[in-house]
Design a protein around this ligand. Structure first.
Ligand code: PGA
Length: 249
């Protein structure tokens, strides 16, 4: 199984910074190493530019969100179908920032993931507990509920990815221990495997939250971590390349 390394630029970047990112990337990693799937998720308006700039690279493109409906009167929204049409292979759904700032429920996340799968995109479905939930000892309970309610009925082998992102680890510099990551990933894999009846080895779970060039190697070495979802450290093309290279070193 390839290690999947995903850049989530969030609401950052410009056409200028995208050019620099692509230049740095192509210089450092002219060919994506064997065994790695690299995915860049810029803000939607920058996807065509990055697609053009990275045309000769094997980097895949993704978006940070999509709407649940394929088209219609939804001003300001972008459908999974259109994302597929402009060259995306992936879309992040249910990021904790969208769950918090846009009141996205598990039900909405599931509808978006369903639409992504139907459009031929791989949804990266984000789940994770808050600090309060962890302190109360509720991590696994919260995660299980998110899995049960956010996975669409279309979810099957190879058509979706989960990302475990403890909310308190995002942008904070605080990470769970490697043992804690391993334990939660084991629990996620067991739950998903049981709920949609697929082999545990076919459940792909990324870790996200304060992944940097200097800790990515250790995280990626965990056997039940299928890759990483990188926010802040993915904005710099060179740092993101270091994270990619740490998957194979
Ligand atoms: P971070 O963000 O790497 O900046 O912590 C990760 C994410 O929100 O996906």
């Amino acid at each position: 199984m390839k290690k999947i390394i995903v850049a989530n630029w969030k609401m950052n970047g410009s056409s200028e910074s995208t050019k620099k990112w692509a230049q740095d990337f192509m210089l450092l990693i002219p060919e994506v190493p064997y065994g790695v799937e690299a995915v860049a998720c810029p803000p939607a308006p920058l996807i065509p530019l990055l697609n053009y700039l990275m045309d000769s690279s094997e980097v895949k493109l993704g978006a940070q969100d999509c709407h649940a409906k394929p088209e219609g009167a939804f001003t300001g929204e972008t459908s999974a179908e259109l994302l597929k049409d402009i060259g995306c292979g992936y879309v992040i759904v249910g990021h904790s920032e969208r769950r918090t700032y846009n009141s996205e429920s598990n039900e909405i996340v599931s509808a978006k993931a369903s639409s992504a799968i139907k459009s031929g995109l791989i949804p990266i479905i984000c789940i994770g507990e808050t600090k309060e939930q962890r302190d109360r000892g509720d991590t696994i309970k919260v995660i299980n509920q998110q899995i049960d309610e956010s996975l669409p009925k279309e979810a099957g082998i190879g058509n979706f990815i989960l990302a475990y992102e403890p909310v308190w680890a995002i942008g904070s510099g605080n990470l769970p221990t490697m043992d804690e990551i391993k334990q939660v990933h084991d629990a996620i894999i067991a739950r998903v495997s049981k709920s949609i009846a697929i082999e545990t080895s076919k459940v792909y779970v990324l870790y996200g939250g304060s992944v940097k060039a200097d800790n990515a190697g250790e995280i990626l070495a965990l056997s039940n971590v299928s890759g990483v979802l990188v926010g802040g450290a993915s904005l710099n093309g060179q740092d993101f390349c270091k994270i990619i290279l740490s998957a194979v070193s």
